[in-house]
Design a protein around this ligand. Structure first.
Ligand SMILES: Nc1ncnc2c1ncn2[C@@H]1O[C@H](COP(=O)(O)OP(=O)(O)O)[C@@H](O)[C@H]1O
Ligand SMILES: CC(=O)OP(=O)(O)O
Ligand SMILES: [Mg+2]
Length: 415
């Protein structure tokens, strides 16, 4: 029986793929990632048992499907990795699909589920379009391999009615599926399990506020192991600003931005219907709109190069802190830990310092040496709290590819 699982995580600025041996827990064979899809040149990170390698790429891999194709070919042609030399050894491919609509769990892709996902593509045009294109390519090129879609939105199936409902005409809301879905759920699921294990608590008794801060950024309040609120909404545009996303704005801003904002943008195709407003708020805003760069490492620095770099940093810290206060109240102050995760949450000591300073009145205090050291090893969780009292402040190296492989192994009863 085929024994290899491939997990594919197409994000907004990166594509990460990992091949796993079907063991419990899944054991990585090779991990390959392309980052900087929105800011060339793209970089490749390639890790296998014989070592890690980083290189800048000459190819222009400016869309997730192009990056995926490159990564797959690179891994499959690596003669050092005997385990994946034969594609017949692939049992299945797990795909991160950001928007799952009403799907509350992962599903196997067949013609019917694929077409259903196509219908809700417009609710996350920038993410789902790429994910479906990658699934389409896998089904065509590797017809004997099963494809399983894992949804970011599924973790938030527990959102209470009053949290997920928008105060608009409910007939229209129901007809068009207009409600809060929430995203980054595969990451939150990994973080919940890892942090509960770290704290020595059962998941169903664990209360957390988790920040997944990357090119797309969101926060989740977890009570007794369940999502009770999250900052993204109907689409991944709501809530915090991201690399190219505005996050929350007054919705009326759209009507005053330009006179043709509601028309279809030139990026609109037969498959992806996207308006000019959606394109501006999703692709031309966020810290790119403020500073010109999508790279937060150039913004989170002691001496920002321009006033707008400083402004971008201050805005991000302000919006994150606002949600921390909000979710602290929703959890009635009963939380085990606040957790930083995602490319920025894991790597930027300056962001962690600024956020915890701003929220110091909630009892979040960090040890500056531990914070500067950041993640030390392969352990997913690092404690950077100052003292043993109160809620822990943790960093979690999230791993969406692992989470998908883990669940697939359980669901398909492969081990
Ligand atoms: N040392 C760093 N300091 C601050 N930001 C960083 C650092 N390294 C990477 N980043 C930022 O992390 C983001 C990518 O995060 P990631 O979660 O991997 O992205 P994606 O949303 O595509 O999954 C980019 O905005 C990148 O600039
Ligand atoms: C949901 C989302 O924004 O994902 P990413 O951060 O990977 O773009
Ligand atoms: Mg991501």
């Amino acid at each position: 029986m085929a024994k290899i699982i491939l997990s594919v995580n197409a994000g907004s600025s990166s594509v990460k793929i990992t091949f796993y041996k079907s063991q419990n827990p899944p054991s990585p064979i090779v991990d390959a990632q392309i980052s900087g899809i929105t800011s060339p040149p793209q970089t490749l990170k390639y890790s296998k048992s014989s070592g890690d390698k980083k290189e800048q790429l000459d190819e222009n891999l400016d869309t997730p499907p192009k990056a995926f194709k490159y990564l797959l070919e690179r891994c499959l042609s690596d003669t050092e990795i005997s385990e994946i030399a034969n594609v017949d050894d692939l049992a299945c491919i797990c795909h991160r699909v950001v928007h799952g609509g009403d799907y509350e769990d992962s599903i196997e892709i067949d013609d019917s589920t694929y077409h259903h996902l196509e219908k809700i593509e417009d609710l996350a045009p920038l993410h789902n379009f790429s994910a479906l294109e990658i699934i389409r390519a896998c089904r065509k090129e590797l017809p004997n391999v099963r494809n399983i879609a894992h949804f970011d939105s599924a973790f938030h199936r527990s959102l209470p009615l009053h949290v997920r409902t928008y105060p608009i005409d409910q007939e229209i809301a129901k007809k068009n599926g207009l409600r809060k879905y929430g995203f980054h759920g595969i990451s939150y699921s990994f973080i919940l399990r890892s942090v509960a294990q770290f704290l020595g608590k059962p998941r169903y008794q664990t209360n957390l506020i988790v920040m997944h801060i990357g090119s797309g950024a969101s926060i989740c309040a977890i009570k007794d192991g369940k999502s009770i609120d999250t900052s993204m909404g109907l689409t991944p545009l709501a809530g915090l600003p991201g690399a190219t996303r505005s996050g929350d704005i007054d919705p009326s801003l759209v009507f005053h931005y330009t006179s043709d904002a509601s028309g279809l943008s030139p990026a609109s195709t037969k498959e992806m219907h996207i308006s000019t407003a959606e394109e501006i708020l999703n692709k031309k805003s966020g810290w790119k709109g403020l500073t010109g760069t999508t790279d937060f490492a150039q913004i989170a620095v002691e001496n920002p190069p321009t006033e707008n770099h400083k402004l971008a940093f201050d805005i991000v810290v302000d919006r994150i802190s606002g949600y921390l206060g909000n979710y602290y109240v929703k959890l009635q102050g009963k939380l085990d830990a606040v957790v930083f995760a995602g490319g920025i949450g894991e790597k930027s000591a300056l962001l962690r310092k600024a956020v915890t300073q701003q929220c110091n009145c909630l009892g979040f205090d960090i040890d500056s040496e531990k914070n500067d050291r950041g993640v030390a090893n392969d352990d997913p969780v690092t404690d950077i709290s100052k003292s043993d009292k109160g809620s822990r402040v943790l960093i979690c190296q999230t791993n969406e590819q692992f989470e998908m492989a883990y669940h697939t192994l359980e669901e398909l009863k492969m081990v």
